[in-house]
Design a protein. Structure first.
Length: 391
């Protein structure tokens, strides 16, 4: 199996290289925005769309214009990749995988792609890309596989990174050791497993909220386009960056541990976007990072031969007693424990849900076709009117 894996390293450009990087960021952003406008106008006038090949020819003519000659100072392949990214964004929109492409801003994260003609020197600690002298780089981990491209980026706090995309040939074997667990995601406890483990939600955004609010108030009082405003903006960006890094570290460590310890993992197919429409829960759900956690579990399971399955989001995992199957139709979100009228036991809401997810996932996995058995990914199974799988 061929997998794509990115290795991200911090780079430390000098002042000359920073100026050239800024020129590359700006030029790639200009090309993306200019041809997004071209596509919009062309469709409005002709009711048909431009292709990548059309925009590529148009950019060649653009670079010949006297007022656009500065585009020649930038790596031409990086400009072409901006057009490819725009084409991918359009395809994602028309295939209903994403919203309509938005214009890029110089105030957001900046990046450009170098598809080839780059070199790395791990011993000396340098990365060389077209148009640049060697850039100092800290290679803190070994690089695996065949290097395919490098994505150069700059965060809002002014840090520079190089993400090297590699193709790795990996033999995937079904994992034979470890347990099988169901996981229930929540806000009070981030994860409750069917084995009884409860992992509390870290709430990094909530913990930094007071400091973030103070810095945002100071930013709002600064004069626009002033140097003091930029300093205040960087302070706010650093807080957001720290929150993002804390959350990412927590999710990666937890997902890695669950995949390492188990051979089958089952979870709900949550409608995170729909849940965030509730303004009472939106901030907490966003802070938890459920969607990113499930994404990490999926690809790490695939890479390590672990079966991962998701059950239907309408399955009554919290309402159904895992022991006898009685469904508590009157259960509300505030009820953390309830008494089963079928068997008389006191049921913990989250642990009960995790056990139901495990049981339902096992039934779905065992009844699935061979391509859906452990090691090949999981399918979301439909339910009948009573909340049972349609087998």
């Amino acid at each position: 199996m061929i997998i794509n894996k990115a290795f991200k390293f911090r780079i430390y450009p000098n002042e000359t290289q920073k100026a050239l990087l800024a020129q590359h960021f700006g030029s790639c952003r200009f090309v993306y925005n200019a041809f997004l406008r071209e596509r919009i106008d062309f469709y409005a006038a002709n009711k048909s769309g431009l292709t990548y090949a059309d925009t590529s020819r148009m950019m060649t003519d653009m670079k010949k214009c006297p007022d656009r000659e500065w585009l020649k100072n930038v790596n031409s392949q990086s400009l072409q990749q901006s057009l490819r990214r725009l084409d991918v964004a359009y395809n994602n929109f028309f295939n209903k995988r994403a919203k309509f492409p938005a214009f890029k801003s110089k105030h957001d994260k900046q990046s450009f792609l170098v598809p080839q003609h780059f070199e790395i020197d791990i011993e000396q600690g340098f990365l060389t890309i077209p148009k640049f002298t060697p850039i100092k780089t800290v290679f803190h981990r070994p690089i695996e596989g065949a290097m395919k491209s490098v994505n150069i980026s700059m965060t809002k706090t002014g840090k520079y990174f190089a993400a090297i995309l590699c193709e790795i040939e990996k033999e995937i074997k079904q994992k034979q050791s470890g347990g099988e667990i169901g996981i229930d995601l929540g806000l009070k406890s981030f994860v409750v497993t069917s084995a009884g483990e409860e992992i509390p939600a870290p709430k990094y955004l909530r913990d930094s909220q007071e400091k973030l609010a103070l810095l945002q108030r100071r930013l709002s009082r600064k004069v626009k386009r002033g140097s003091n405003r930029n300093k205040a903006r960087i302070k706010v960006a650093r807080i957001h960056e720290k929150i993002t890094n804390q959350r990412s570290d927590f999710l990666h460590k937890l997902s890695y541990r669950l995949v390492r310890e188990n051979q089958s993992i089952f979870a709900e197919d949550l409608n995170v976007k729909g849940i965030m429409a509730n303004h009472h829960l939106a901030k907490s759900v966003s802070d938890a990072g459920w969607g990113e956690f499930i994404r990490q579990i999926k690809y790490k399971s695939e890479w390590n031969g672990v079966h991962f399955g998701q059950i239907d989001r309408f399955f009554p995992s919290s309402k159904k007693c895992h022991a006898c199957g009685w469904i508590n139709q009157s259960l509300t979100l505030s009820d953390r424990e309830w008494t089963c009228q079928g068997c008389g036991r006191v049921v913990d809401r989250d642990r009960n849900a995790a056990k139901n997810i495990l049981q339902f996932g096992q039934v779905g996995r065992d009844a699935a076709e061979p391509s859906k058995r452990p090691g090949r990914g999981g399918a979301v199974m439909p339910l009948d009117e009573l909340g049972s799988p349609r087998l």
